[in-house]
Design a binder for this molecule. Structure first.
Ligand SMILES: Cc1cc2nc3c(=O)[nH]c(=O)nc-3n(C[C@H](O)[C@H](O)[C@H](O)COP(=O)(O)OP(=O)(O)OC[C@H]3O[C@@H](n4cnc5c(N)ncnc54)[C@H](O)[C@@H]3O)c2cc1C
Length: 393
């Protein structure tokens, strides 16, 4: 470890690696510090081990932030096409799974290797297992005290990510630094996270654990139409993870278990065409068998459709097309994919990622108050914000 660098980057995740080699390309002497024994662990576990590394249709509308416009500048400077070009240059095979989501064909490790190779090409010095004991500003430089010795630089980049999955290295380091430099941090919450329930809804979900279907899940006017899965604690799956980013305590969510069809109309038709059929059997033409039966048992209506009143049919259709339930909470940072909120974007220049009140101090990636939807958007933010800082440090 040398004593002086042009740039010190803290956090060897997606954003930190991108920023490091981009700064290196500009001839900067870069030191990248990581406190864990492995770098980019979140990339490794992402996308079920295949890393959904970007999204073809990523725009600012896929992000949640107190300032919706903040991410626009970085996205215009480094787009998904730029990252795809990099992936292609490294001959990494990938495919579109659905909805513009690009995944590695083989393994997320391909992306990690690519980023490490790019860093090596630019002679970025990477130090793992390195604890940062103190960070201070002295005149025009930043002094970092590590357990391997003191180092300094004129630019310092905080790329320590959010709070999710602490067991693979997540820490509150970035937020603590913000506090130290008197920067505002917005409210932090686990997001893209399964929802949990209590009492009868929990029992209902538990009895169906493992059953999955396509569902539309909404809070007010925000709605996601994707997969849903019942779990032993409540509900998960893409549509639930997406809506969790908009959920506040005590707020109800509406679930349409059959988004493409009006079950009320269908059941009334079946009352005429197949009057002897049992309600749960009819429902299982449209929903998984186990769910169809569980709904009828829960409502205590499981008779021949010909004997079902309009009121019975309405009860069933309210459940199927408009199931309104209130989660008791989320599974928390242990399973959340991201942290909602972060360093207030008012503190940061959107075109450089530099802190307005502390020249030379940069924040990139998830540690900022920019949170993407599920589907490769969070990595695209890490690449774009990392790139932008890399051009300016
Ligand atoms: C299970 C899971 C699956 C995901 N799948 C996807 C996906 O497929 N697509 C997608 O777009 N997003 C996905 N995400 C979200 C995505 O991983 C993150 O948004 C992204 O990694 C954020 O990048 P980052 O560089 O800001 O932070 P990170 O990638 O989290 O990197 C931060 C780094 O800083 C290090 N660090 C933390 N504290 C310190 C400290 N005090 N000192 C030194 N180093 C420190 C950490 O160990 C880590 O290496 C997933 C997240 C999870 C948890």
């Amino acid at each position: 470890m040398n004593e002086k660098y042009d740039v010190i980057v803290i956090g060897a995740g997606a954003a930190g690696l991108m920023c490091s080699f981009e700064a290196g390309k500009r001839g900067k002497k870069v030191c990248l510090l990581e406190h864990s024994s492995k770098i980019a662990e979140k990339i490794r576990i992402s996308g079920g081990g295949r890393c959904n590394f970007t999204n073809l249709f990523s725009t600012d509308s896929n992000f949640i932030s107190n300032n919706k416009h903040f991410c626009k500048s970085a996205f215009s400077k480094y787009t998904q096409d730029d990252f795809i070009k990099l992936v292609k240059n490294h001959k990494i095979e990938f495919y579109e799974k659905k909805l513009g989501q690009l995944f590695c064909t083989k393994s997320a490790k391909d992306i990690i290797e690519m980023l490490i190779t790019e860093c090596k090409n630019q002679k970025v010095e990477i130090y793992i297992n390195t604890k940062i004991e103190n960070l201070a500003k002295k005149e025009n430089s930043y002094l970092v005290k590590t357990d391997k010795g003191p180092i300094s630089s004129s630019s310092i980049v905080i790329a320590t990510g959010g709070l999710s999955i602490p067991k693979i290295g997540a820490s509150d380091f970035g937020y603590k630094i913000a506090e130290k430099f008197n920067l505002k941090v917005t409210k932090l919450e686990p997001a893209l996270v399964p929802l949990i329930f209590e009492r009868d809804i929990l029992d209902f979900c538990k009895s169906l654990a493992g059953v999955s279907l396509n569902a539309s899940v909404s809070i007010n006017k925000i709605s996601f139409d994707e997969g849903l899965i019942f779990t032993h604690k409540g509900l998960s799956g893409p549509s639930i993870l997406q809506i969790s980013s908009y959920w506040n305590k005590n707020c109800a969510i509406k679930i349409n278990l059959l988004p493409q069809q009006d079950i009320n109309v269908l059941l009334k038709e079946r009352r005429i065409s197949t009057p002897k059929q049992i309600l749960s059997n009819i429902l299982s033409d449209y929903l998984p068998n186990k769910l169809a039966l569980a709904i009828c048992n829960k409502l205590q209506i499981n008779k021949k459709i010909g004997d079902s009143s309009n009121k019975d049919i309405q009860k069933v259709s309210d459940f199927v097309n408009n199931w309104t339930i209130t989660p008791s909470g989320t599974e928390g940072y242990k399973t959340a994919e991201v942290t909602l909120g972060g360093i207030d974007t008012k503190e940061i220049s959107s075109s450089t990622m530099e802190c307005k009140s502390h020249p030379g101090l940069y924040f990139i990636g998830e540690v900022l108050d920019v949170t993407g939807h599920l589907g490769g958007h969070n990595f695209q933010w890490a690449w774009s914000s990392g790139f932008v800082a890399g051009q300016n440090v």
